[in-house]
Design a binder for this molecule. Sequence first.
Ligand SMILES: Cc1ncc(COP(=O)(O)O)c(C=O)c1O
Length: 404
Amino acid sequence: MFRVNENYGKLQGSYLFSTIARKVAAFTEANPDKKIIRLGIGDVTQPLTDPVIRALHSAVDEMGNAETFHGYAPDLGYAFLRETIAENDFRSRGCNISADEIFVSDGAKCDSGNIQELFAEDSRIAVCDPVYPVYVDSNVMAGRAGNYNPETGRYDRVIYMPCTAENGFAAELPDEVPDIIYLCFPNNPTGCAISLEQLQRFVDYALKNGSVIIYDAAYEAYISEEGIPHSIYEAEGATKCAIEIRSFSKNAGFTGLRLGYTVVPKELKCGDVSLNSMWARRHGTKYNGAPYIVQKAGEACYSPEGKQSIRELVGYYMKNASAILEGLRDMGYTAYGGVNSPYVWLKTPGGMSSWDFFDYLLENANVVGTPGSGFGAAGEGYFRLTAFGTHENSLAALERIRKL
Ligand SMILES: Cc1ncc(COP(=O)(O)O)c(C=O)c1O
């Protein structure tokens, strides 16, 4: 008789966004006349930009011609894209990253879920609390998280680094030394960023203690302030202790197109073992490359025109973020984030629980957000609104909240 991976039984409930979808579906069925505004899931709403669309069309035409047809893509990504990424996202910022340290993929979710495969089964992980759920759940599935304690809302083998209003939502260095530290800045869900000095402290800690950092920079394009690192490799020594994950979803609107990449520096080693070689091997075995047409679309994001179009796209969402942040503060809410990221993290009013506020907002304002507690115990009492809606909807949602 076959047996299943029993670690799956340790996952808590259904994935956060499935629960939200279920609640919204039930509400819509009971109230078919109500028009819901969704500021919950971090999906974009604006179309792909012109330079991207032109690159896609042209790549599609190439695929229809025997001379320019492309079959399987190289597992690790086309050189034209890896070179462009290394130059524009890293070397131009003074980070010494080369094309053969870039691994192109179909997005940051897969990479951030899969990367744990490189590490020993009994590794201890540390995560921010609240946290993007993929880091924890992928380690639960792999058997690293231990048992879930319903009283604390935590897994007993995971080291949590609370991100609270008191510490400016910048995680503090853990007392207990982890093997793997997951960081995401600018952060989902709190929308807060950390300074280069704060990031350097994590890098120094990892180097001193022999930990590896998995740095998710999916929201890098939203950084608007000086002094906020765009890449972990801006911190000294990070190429010896950090892996960085990036996405084309939030900057260029590729959520439906699917493209991302992971940087595994060649200097990152465990003894003699190169993690770059391990990830290359893993990619080669389990992944057959992001589609040619999508990689051409990715390359188009780096032309002068492509960069300008991305600035405009990000600017559109950041206008929403400012409107939401300022609007909520005007109404007397305590709200954070929204300056270097498309997320606003607000304190629920009157000590309401995150899910109670979710229901209250859904029922009375017909606005969908995300309960902070869905991201971890320290998210209780908070609520996330995203700036990824249309500008009209963002303003309309605010008006509805104002009237409550
Ligand atoms: C922190 C973080 N990482 C990764 C992702 C997923 O990105 P992708 O669309 O590239 O899979 C998200 C999506 O919401 C995210 O918030």
